[in-house]
Design a protein around this ligand. Structure first.
Ligand code: SF4
Length: 62
C-alpha cells in the first residue's frame, strides 16, 4: 500500500499522525506528509483508518 497527502487539502489537524505516526509526519509548513515509500504491512490497517479519518479527504491511496 502506498499513500499520499494532498498538500492543498491538508489543514494540519494532526489526526493522521495521532492514528499512524509511523507513516505520517508534519513537514515544516505544519502539514502532514508521508514519510515512508511503502506502508509497512503491520501499519496498513492504521493507515487506512487515518485515511478514512482525515476531515478533508487529503489522504489518498496510490
Ligand atoms: S488528518 Fe488530513 S487534514 Fe489532518 S493532518 Fe492528516 S492529512 Fe492533514
Amino acid at each position: 500500500m502506498k499513500v499520499r497527502v494532498n498538500q492543498d487539502a491538508c489543514i494540519g489537524c494532526g489526526a493522521c499522525l495521532a492514528i499512524c505516526e509511523d507513516v505520517f509526519d508534519m513537514n515544516e509548513n505544519g502539514l502532514s506528509q508521508v514519510k515512508v515509500d511503502t506502508v509497512p504491512e503491520d501499519k496498513v490497517e492504521a493507515c487506512k483508518e487515518a485515511l478514512e479519518s482525515c476531515p478533508t479527504g487529503a489522504i489518498s491511496e496510490e
